[in-house]
Design a protein around this ligand. Structure first.
Ligand SMILES: [Zn+2]
Length: 807
């Protein structure tokens, strides 16, 4: 072939960066520079699209690459591809999207992306004739820069391949998650993070035929590529399975020729919908995860357990090979990919044709906001009744519907995704999975729902906003509002920040003919008479949060307790601290941090365990202990004594997950582990059977129906039951007083998801959320995690109640 003109103008990554690729880690701004260099010097074949910024303000960028001819009509190609969903148009190109470095410390990926694009534009340009390639060089720049920056601080010179050297041991906060320590490869379906929210808009514009997510795993692991492991979700088509094999075999050809080790069909399954392989799969793609051995441990080079040296250059070479091999397969199978993409979107005749949901309007709106981001169609019911499988009852029946009922049809372009996200219980072909086994959205949003085998009529409109005008008239004795969703807590948080004093009802009351439930907010003129522009601030907050305020002229109520009664509490402007660092887990800490700053908008102080002993705990009203590892070492005699004393004096301790275990062992308060009788018939399983035996003890993210005492402030605003996502089988006894949410004996079988037989025996009659008084203070126990991955919308009010209402 003739040397081409662009090859003279574009530089290889090594030439451009000034060092051989793989001998250093490239910082994000230099990666961006390199792609800009390509786009400037080969502008007819490569385009950059900025798609947003990270929490730490780094740029997020997509790179579009194809032949000159294709790039000139790129949008037309995109339209033809999308029209194919409805069986129209004659698309002829394959669309392949490759995402690099979603886990920041799996740092080879971004380096490999640069070499892949360069080779594609030079040696492998024939792949571009039939294929549009979309590259996200770094899905998680904040995490990757955290890793790279840390690595350079501790790297030996020259780099040390001895695995014991510090350059191979990342600290507590490693580079894997994003700024708020969320795992972005668990966030595709829930879209709780800024990076995911911005990316999905562009992803939906393309819905590629193939999506590859590049990762790294342990240093000693051989390369992993498709086909994936069981369990596969039942919606995955035969073609999607077969094509994974086609791709895998093509990779194997290159790996065999080079004598590289690899494995397939193990560990990485396709079930949980929020991964970079499953989410694209449920949208019609061939979604795949590729895993190189290495990650944050490996640095520029490390000795493996068999004594070889694994270098960054090797790691780049492998990801480069699978990246190009994927494009080779795509380009050879363009017609089939288009044909099968169309077929994927043909009506699947799934058993349930519609999901219909009733309940709190705030929760319905939160859910529709998520559906909008996924471009899932929905509407409001035009019928009075829907028959089918009732989620909460777990049996067939009727749901009364109205124009306030949300209908999500399954017969739509995103029908498969709808089925996966809404169905009451995903079918499990194997209980040994990598992740949680239940996530059904009606439970996550606390909505009553029916899955109907008939299509339910609806008007394609959004839920109505009932509040038109939030201006508050001056001169009332008090202003009243309800308390039954997390949006009410966001409103309260704003009021507190504005300096407005707020009270809440501990008992239901009736005023001006309206009934107010427990937790309703009471904002009096008297409490706020010295506040500047009280009415203006109150009106503004009510408008912002779309809350309806009812003025009343008297504190003498028609039914229940008057506003001056001791049954009306004053909400404190609490100073809150969260513990970070070992033994708390980064992910679990990050969820709480994100909750405060991005959801509740309430200030919080982050205190590290390293200097915890030096702070004066009495400066804080609330201390939160996140879930994590073993708390025994941190909660030593001195720290435990100090915390107990602080609680006695009026402190509020919110203890989550693993921290409870230590509190129970130390008998610090009244929380106690459930005593389990050992099964004496237990016989030793074979080595191979061990894993299967082990799983009997486990709960791998399953949904349980729990009972709620909603007369307790921790559960104000809730119904009599709550569907909790249980992530483990830790079991605690009921408290003598303050067992607020619990699993009673009849509900130890999950509503959805997997729970091992032994685990089920253990968790009957155990605590889920509870509260205990000690001296002037309080301890709140959270066995389950209502903030897990930020997606269990219906759990968030429990957390707000713990902060604001429990005294
Ligand atoms: Zn990864």
């Amino acid at each position: 072939m003739q040397p081409t003109i662009w090859a003279q103008h574009i530089q290889s990554p090594s030439a451009f960066l000034g060092y051989e690729l793989g001998t250093q880690f490239t910082r994000h701004h230099r990666v961006m520079d390199y792609y800009e260099h390509l786009a400037e010097n080969d502008s007819k074949r490569i385009q950059l699209v900025a798609y947003g910024t990270t929490y730490e303000n780094r740029p997020l960028m997509l790179v579009y690459i194809s032949s000159e001819e294709n790039m000139a009509r790129l949008d037309q190609i995109r339209q033809e591809h999308l029209e194919n969903i409805n069986g129209n148009g004659k698309p002829t190109k394959a669309i392949v999207w490759m995402s690099y470095n979603v886990h920041g410390n799996e740092s080879v990926s971004t380096e490999a992306s640069m070499q892949t694009v360069y080779e594609l534009l030079t040696k492998k340009q024939e792949y571009l004739k039939n294929t549009v390639v979309i590259i996200d060089p770094c899905v998680n720049p904040d995490g990757r820069e955290r890793y790279v920056n840390w690595y350079y601080q501790y790297k030996n010179s020259p780099n040390q391949i001895d695995p014991n050297s510090k350059e191979h041991h990342e600290p507590w906060l490693n580079g894997r998650p994003n700024h708020y320590m969320f795992d972005l490869n668990r966030d595709w379906a829930w879209l709780t993070q800024k990076e995911s929210q911005q990316r999905i808009k562009f992803y939906n514009q393309w819905l590629p035929h193939i999506h590859v997510d590049f990762h790294e795993q342990e240093v000693d692991s051989p390369y992993y590529f498709a086909p994936a492991a069981e369990p596969f979700h039942e919606v995955i088509t035969d073609f999607q399975r077969e094509f994974q094999v086609t791709v895998g075999k093509n990779h194997a050809k290159y790996f065999d020729a080079n004598g590289w080790f690899y494995f397939t069909k193990e560990v990485f399954d396709l079930l949980y919908p929020s991964y970079g392989d499953t989410y694209p799969t449920y949208n019609g793609s061939i979604g795949m995860t590729y895993e190189q051995g290495g990650s944050g441990r490996a640095g520029l080079g490390i000795t493996t357990s068999v004594g070889d040296t694994l270098s960054l250059k090797d790691r780049i070479e492998h990801h480069l090979t699978t990246g190009l091999s994927t494009l080779e397969v795509a380009t050879e199978n363009t017609a089939q990919l288009n044909e099968e993409f169309r077929k994927f979107h043909e009506s699947k005749n799934y058993r349930f044709k519609s999901y219909v949901l009733n309940g709190n309007p705030d929760q319905i709106k939160e859910l529709t906001a998520l559906l909008d981001q996924h471009e899932i169609e929905y509407g409001m019911a035009s019928t009075n009744n829907a028959k089918g499988f009732l989620f909460e009852q777990g049996k067939s029946g009727n749901l009364r519907t109205s124009q306030h009922s949300l209908v999500v049809p399954v017969t739509q372009n995103k029908g498969t995704l709808v089925k996966v996200l809404f169905e009451p219980n995903a079918k499990l072909t194997d209980s040994l999975t990598y992740d949680i086994t239940a996530w059904s959205l009606p439970f996550a949003y606390g909505l009553e729902a029916v899955a109907s085998e008939a299509a339910i009529g609806y008007n394609p409109v959004r839920p109505e906003t009932s509040i038109k005008d939030n201006a508050v008239a001056e001169g009332a004795y008090a202003y009243l509002t309800k308390w039954n969703s997390f949006n009410d807590a966001q409103f309260l948080s704003e009021l507190i920040k504005e300096g407005i004093r707020v009270r809440y009802a501990k008992k239901p009351f009736v005023q001006d003919g309206r009934s107010y439930e427990r937790g309703s907010l009471i904002i009096t003129q008297a409490d706020n008479q010295f506040l500047d522009d009280f009415i203006g601030k109150l009106s503004k907050a009510a408008s912002k949060h779309q809350r309806e305020l009812f003025p009343t002229q008297t504190g003498f109520v028609e039914g229940g307790k008057d506003f001056g009664s001791s049954s009306v509490g004053l909400i404190k402007d609490s100073k809150i601290a969260i513990l970070s660092g070992q033994p708390s887990s980064t992910l679990r800490f990050g969820e709480i941090w994100h909750f405060f700053e991005q959801k509740l908008n309430y200030p919080v102080t982050v205190i590290d365990t390293e200097y915890f002993k030096q702070i004066d705990l009495s400066d804080y009203d609330i201390l939160i202990l996140p879930d994590g590892d073993d708390y025994n070492r941190f909660l030593d005699k001195e720290v435990m004594g100090e915390i107990k004393n602080w609680v006695q004096q009026g402190g509020k301790l919110v203890a989550m997950g693993a921290s409870l275990k230590t509190l129970a062992k130390q008998k610090a308060f009244s929380i106690g582990l459930k005593k389990i009788e050992q099964d004496s018939s237990f016989s030793a399983p074979s080595f191979e059977m061990n894993q299967r035996e082990q799983i009997k003890q486990e709960i791998t993210g399953a949904i349980f129906k729990t009972t709620v005492d909603n007369t307790h402030p921790l559960a104000f605003g809730y119904k009599k039951d709550y569907f909790s996502l249980k992530l483990g089988s830790d079991a605690y006894e009921y408290l003598d007083k303050g067992t607020v949410v619990f699993l009673d004996a009849g509900h130890s079988k999950p509503i959805a998801g997997f729970a091992g037989s032994e685990a089920q025996k253990k968790i009957g009659e155990t605590l889920v959320f509870g509260s205990e008084k000690q001296g002037k203070g309080t301890i709140i126990y959270m066995v389950d995690n209502p903030l897990f991955r930020g997606f269990w919308q219906n759990g968030k009010l429990f957390f707000a109640n713990a902060l604001f209402l429990v005294d």
